[in-house]
Design a protein around this ligand. Structure first.
Ligand code: NDP
Length: 295
């Protein structure tokens, strides 16, 4: 199955590596072309010189950019995706995107005989490297069946959530949970440290109790208590995600004060910590407010 992968960022690169390692014919494109050239040299993939060139002959095209509008911006023009795509191909957008833009992209591709799935992923860079990502898909089940062999190179779980946009919606809400849990855990643990409780002991209790979450079980022990704070998933992207979730709640007239407040706090953190901070670094903001380190 001829495959093209566009967007070799923190998560895109290991996903594309899994496709190459599975032996599928692969062409890659990246805005900063040196990254695509290095990837091609390491894996034997072909280096596409433009989006149009990268997708020529491809049956499955995977995109993984920060936001849906980045995908949309690559559709048109002589070097754009539509200029290179073949009828019958499928664009699988693994961007954590927004449902409205995904539906607009699908509508733009349809007259050209190109299928579309929104297919955001979860599981982080480690999950991509191990091929254990979860993929949440919006779109036609038959179109999904046609691309499954490619998705299975990097995913353990592939779930169709509904029509186009449903994958994006589920992803945005998942990310809102992550953002809320992370902030709540940071506030609670900062309080416990000030109460004189060892945060490691507190987490031993909480992780065997009803307050546990991925933040308490994995992120805080591995990244905060160790002070490692590795940069794997940019805080700016989580701010984007929870903003999508807040917008969906508003569009559906669901009162969502917790989501909206957390979205605002992540916006503040993005302004203070910058575009390259990792999402877990928001804990440092809470620590600064509290005047204590969770360690
Ligand atoms: P990165 O910021 O690491 O990479 C972004 C990629 O998009 C790079 O290849 C970058 O190219 C490219 N890019 C950025 N802006 C443009 C543009 N205007 N035009 C063309 N290409 C552009 O992001 P991630 O890989 O971390 O994330 C990608 C998507 O996956 C996001 O939607 C994110 O929310 C989601 N995601 C990320 C996870 C993670 O753990 N990192 C986990 C799950 C989902 P260049 O090399 O030139 O900068």
């Amino acid at each position: 199955m001829k495959t093209a992968f566009l967007g070799l960022g923190a998560i895109g690169r290991p996903m594309a590596s899994r496709i190459a390692a599975a032996g599928l014919p692969l062409t890659v494109w990246n805005r900063t072309s040196e990254r695509a050239a290095a990837f091609a040299q390491q894996t034997g993939a072909r280096h596409g010189q433009s989006p149009a060139d990268a997708v020529r002959d491809a049956e499955v095209i995977i995109t993984c950019f920060p936001e849906s509008h980045h995908v949309q911006a690559l559709l048109d023009g002589p070097d754009g995706l539509i200029a290179g795509m073949t009828r019958g191909a499928t664009l699988v957008d693994c961007t954590s995107g927004d449902p409205a833009t995904s539906r607009a992209i699908a509508a733009a591709l349809s007259p050209h005989g190109v299928g579309f799935l929104d297919a955001p992923v979860s599981g982080g860079v480690t999950g991509a490297e191990k091929g254990t990502l979860t993929v949440m898909v919006g779109g036609d089940p038959e179109v999904l069946d046609g691309v499954r062999p490619v998705l299975e190179t990097f995913a353990k779980l592939i779930i169709r959530c509904g029509d186009i946009g449903a994958g994006d919606s589920v992803k945005a809400v998942n990310q809102a949970f992550l953002a809320i849990h992370l902030l709540a855990a940071a506030e609670g643990l900062a309080t416990l440290v000030k109460e004189g409780v060892d945060p490691k002991l507190a987490l031993d209790v909480i992780n065997a109790s009803s307050g546990r979450s991925n933040s308490s079980m994995n992120l805080i022990p591995e990244r905060v208590l160790t002070r490692a704070f590795p940069r794997t998933f940019r805080l700016a992207l989580l701010e984007k995600d929870i903003g999508i979730a807040a917008g969906l709640a508003r569009d559906n007239r669901v009162p969502a004060p917790v989501t909206l407040l957390t979205a605002d706090l992540f916006r503040v953190a993005r302004g203070e910590l910058g575009e390259f901070a990792d999402h877990v670094e928001i804990v440092k903001m809470v620590e600064q407010w509290a005047g204590v380190e969770i360690a």
